[in-house]
Design a protein around this ligand. Structure first.
Ligand code: AP5
Length: 212
């Protein structure tokens, strides 16, 4: 099963992707995570992406389309994948269509997570992430507390706050999302499933269960 997760920053795409991975055993492909790793490793495209990410703007289509093209051809994607944060504009959805056609894939579900600006700010300003990239578990200082302060429950690594989780960048990320979301929703209107992401994590899990 191939799935796309749409939604503004803090809508819970990463949180619900982790749930779906466990449920149907296909990999999560997060362009944001791949880009952050490239930034940390100071690769050529990481260095190019960094300034866009710090501002909360979209990285160039050429970079992210290349990332997805390579990643969906890997062997662990044979039975499907979850695209978390891609496509992000009309051009990326058109590029995805041609990749899918070329590789004989198709998209089965598009979950469109919707959340209020008040909630997305609360969520991102309190978000904590595992620093171990092969773990990558997500926490929240109020809504999903780690058992030991500052440490990941799953692997014990230190937790950190993302550089783009500050109010100014969050608001710009949300503005960019609002400007680009409409055409993507139109593109997938026939298979789009709207999810009320203001609800609690477990309630959203249960809604997804009905559609998987
Ligand atoms: P990316 O990493 O994709 O970030 P984002 O879209 O801004 O989304 P987030 O990861 O911030 O939020 P999320 O929806 O995953 O929320 P989460 O589950 O963590 O992109 C970052 C940057 O990379 C972009 O700005 C851009 O520069 C670049 N980029 C990435 N993809 C690109 C592309 N395709 N094209 C161009 N540029 C691209 O949840 C947030 C917090 O809330 C957590 O603490 C969680 O525990 C908590 N939480 C989750 N759900 C709930 C709930 N229901 N109730 C209470 N708390 C909750």
């Amino acid at each position: 099963m191939n799935i796309i997760l749409l939604g503004p920053p803090g809508a819970g795409k990463g949180t619900q992707a982790a749930y779906i991975v466990k449920k149907i055993n296909v990999p999560q492909i997060s362009t944001g995570n791949i880009l952050r790793e490239a930034v940390a490793n100071k690769t050529e495209y990481g260095l190019k992406a960094q300034e866009y990410m710090n501002r909360g703007d979209l990285v160039t289509d050429e970079i992210v389309i290349g990332i997805i093209r390579d990643r969906i051809q890997e062997s662990d994607c044979q039975n499907g994948y979850i695209l978390d944060g891609f496509p992000r504009n009309k051009e990326q959805s058109i590029a995805l269509d041609s990749m899918l056609q070329e590789f004989g894939h198709s998209i089965d579900r598009v979950f469109d997570f919707r959340v209020s600006e008040e909630n997305l700010l609360k969520r991102l300003l309190g978000r904590l992430n595992c620093s171990n990239t092969s773990c990558g578990a997500g926490y929240h200082e109020e809504f999903k507390k780690p058992k030991v302060k500052g440490k990941c429950d799953a692997c014990g690594s230190d937790l950190f706050r993302r550089a783009d989780d500050n109010k100014e960048t969050i608001l710009n990320r949300n503005k960019v999302y609002e400007e680009t979301a409409g055409p993507i929703r139109d593109h997938y209107s026939e298979i789009l499933i709207a999810i009320d992401s203001d609800k609690e994590i477990s309630e959203i899990n249960a809604t997804l269960d009905k559609h998987l």
